[in-house]
Structure formats: C-alpha cells, structure tokens
Design a protein around this ligand. Structure first.
Ligand code: F3S
Length: 390
C-alpha cells in the first residue's frame, strides 16, 4: 500500500499516539482489502454510540482515544444512542445506564463530533455531495448516501469510521473505486406505493442477493422510501449500495443488459412479511426506523389527529432532536399517544428489560429486535399498527 511521506510519518508515531493508532487501523483495513493508498474524506458518520451495544469495553476504548488527544479532522456525526438524553426515564432506562450513556456522548463530543445522535444525518447536519468520499458507519445511512446521493463510502464499522474521521482519510478500496460501483443484478419490482411495501421490498431483495449491488426497475422511491429500503436491504442481506432506474444519480452510467433479473411482486412481498411476524399482540409500538423525517412526522400526525388512544400499549416515535424541534405542531398531536423521542431508537435502547413484544413498520427493526432485544415482533403497515391502540 502506497503511503505519502506525511502518512508514513503519522504511522511511525511522529504526530502522536492517537493519530498513529488511527493510521494503524486504517492501513490494516486497507491491506486486508487490497487498497493502493488512502483517499481524503469530506465527512464521517459514526456508529457504536449506545452503551447497550458497546458496553464497558467500548467506553474504556473511547476514554483511551480521548486521553490520546485525538480530535476529528472532518465534520462527523453520531448514530442514535440508548436513550433520549432528556426523557430517558419515560423509556424505563436505569440511572446507571443513563450515567454511562451520557459519558459516552460526552467523550464523542470532546473529540469534536456533533452529537446529534441520528441515523438520518443526511436529512439534517451531515449531507454529502455527489462524488464525495466519506467514511460512514450505520448500514442504512451509508447505503443511502452511496445510492441516493452518489457519495462514496464502504460499509465502515464504528472504530474504522472514527479512525478515518481522526485522519480525514480512509483506505481507498471497495465502493470508493468507480469500478466497484456497477450493478450486478436487476430487480424487477411490482409493488404498491406504501412505505411499508418498500421496506418489504428491501427485505425480499436483501435475503436474495446478499452483498450484491441491485439495479431496480419499476419503482420511483422518494427519500423516505429509499431510506427504509436501504435499511431493510442492509439488515436482511448486507447491501451497501443500490441503483434505481430514473432516480439515483449513477444509474444512467451503466449498461445492465445481460445481468441476471429477479422479479419481486406481491407473492414475494407477502412471504417476506409473514416470515418477520412472530406475534399477534404487542406491548410497544415503535415507529421511526430509520429516524422519522419531517414528512413522516406530518403523515403520522395527520393519521392520529382527532383520535384517542384506547389501549395500554406504549407508543414511541423515534426521530432526531432537529426534526422534533422543527415539527412542533405534529409533536403535540403525537404526544397524545406516546413520547416523541430524540437521539435513540427501539433497537439500540435497552427495551428488553421492559418489553417482550414490539410492533414496527420497519423490516430492519424486525430483523434486529429478536436478536438484539429478545423481542417477538409484529411487522405491519403503520395503519395496521395504529389499529392496536385505537
Ligand atoms: Fe436507525 Fe435504529 Fe433503525 S439506528 S436505522 S432507527 S435500528
């Protein structure tokens, strides 16, 4: 792997231990994946923010990084944490968990990372441009920016994205290279317009194609549909990038004739939904995976307007603080049904201490709730979920 003189000096420890460790990690990843060198990045997005997922080991690791004096060199944002920073008691979170979670956020903040704690920073304070090289973790977000925006990132893990943020560079391999961004399977989709069917489409495709790059025909997703598809494809398979004919910026570059074609219609959508549903009643309905956008907040508020909650089932709406602060009228309506939570989500929060059956309209959440949160799952369209509480 070719390093510049300056990069080699960092690797040799001439700029201090913190940047040396970051360079060691980025170079090790580059060597494993055959990178020829490093490439400058314009932003990073970091996962590994919830105390539930990183535990005391992760907290100690972050303390070490901070002690080494490391700061990020490029604008960097943070993924959801295990609780709303202001309303964690409403989430049944213990004071011990809250104390450690707040320490984690503070450590990230002291490295210069924006602690907005959302998995949709591309709708708020971290918006890459077409062709930008970035280092993003969070499987749904990185797939969205690769695909819908045309920025370039690999499927980074939390430590790799943090190291890249500290250096302002990452190893130049995989999806940073033009030649690796071409589609290798066509998906002929014949589905309805709802957000939920787009999530199920992502689920059906992810299961079938693993880590291939699909080229979709037959859909025209907006931001909300693309983010839910990206999330489901990444969870059901490990898709890090997709193209949509007539929609995503790089789709027109490719001649897809001769590629294998997979058809996804109502039969496949129904099959995907049936496999994810393991329960008929729920204790918690959690919406906002990935985090709710302004448009989704308006849609949910208009579905709930004038209605009354008639059951004990708890309802959580998960979004970013930025969106919550912007949608004050919607929040007033939604809060009649349950808290509009910022900074967090149903998967990275410690819900398993309180609930065992959760409803969601996100196939990504439905994939992870059983394994990461010991939940049985109801995975349905939002209108069906809301019938449970009305
Ligand atoms: Fe975001 Fe949590 Fe879903 S991080 S994509 S809301 S699992």
């Amino acid at each position: 792997m070719d390093l510049t003189r300056e990069e080699q000096a960092i690797l040799d420890g001439e700029s201090g231990e913190g940047t040396q460790k970051a360079m060691e990690l980025v170079v090790a990843l580059g060597r494993i994946y055959g990178a020829e060198g490093l490439v400058g990045i314009t932003s990073a997005h970091l996962s590994g923010a919830s105390y539930k997922t990183i535990g005391d080991g992760g907290l100690l690791y972050l303390e070490d990084v901070v002690k080494s004096g490391s700061k990020v060199k490029v604008p960097s944002t943070l993924n959801p944490i295990g609780m709303d920073r202001e309303r964690w008691k409403e989430m049944h979170v213990s004071p011990e968990f809250a104390e450690k979670q707040l320490r984690i956020v503070s450590l990230y903040g002291s490295m210069g990372i924006k602690t907005t704690c959302s998995c949709t920073p591309y709708t708020q304070d971290n918006v890459p441009r077409l062709g930008d090289h970035v280092a993003w973790a969070e499987s749904s977000a990185l797939s969205f920016v690769n695909s819908y925006i045309g920025a370039r990132t690999n499927r980074e893990g939390g430590p790799g994205a943090l190291a890249a943020a500290i250096l302002g560079k990452t190893a130049n391999y995989g999806l940073h290279l033009e030649r690796n961004r071409a589609p290798n399977v066509i998906i002929e989709a014949e589905i309805g317009n709802s957000l939920f069917e787009h999530s199920l489409l992502g689920q059906a495709v992810g299961i079938r194609i693993g880590s291939k790059i699909p080229y979709y025909r037959g859909i025209r997703p907006g931001i909300e549909e693309a983010k839910t598809m990206a999330a489901a494809m990444a969870a059901a398979g490990s898709v890090a990038m997709f193209h949509v004919e007539g929609t995503t910026p790089e789709a027109k570059k490719y001649d897809v004739s001769g590629l294998e074609t997979i058809y996804i219609g109502q039969k496949e959508i129904k099959e995907a939904r049936e496999k994810l549903n393991t329960v008929d009643d729920v204790q918690l309905i959690a919406l906002g995976c990935p985090h709710l956008t302004d448009k989704e907040m308006h849609e949910i508020a208009s579905l709930l307007k004038g209605k009354k909650k008639k059951s004990d089932t708890e309802v959580w709406f998960c979004t970013s603080k930025t969106v919550r602060d912007r949608c004050t009228e919607d929040v007033k309506i939604m809060e009649q049904f349950g808290p509009v939570l910022a900074d967090t989500c149903m998967v990275v929060a410690p819900i398993e201490g309180t609930f065992s059956k959760t409803g969601t309209n996100s196939c990504k959440a439905a994939n992870y709730l059983p394994t990461l949160c010991s939940q049985k799952v109801m995975c349905q369209d939002i209108t069906e979920l809301l019938k449970v509480i009305q």
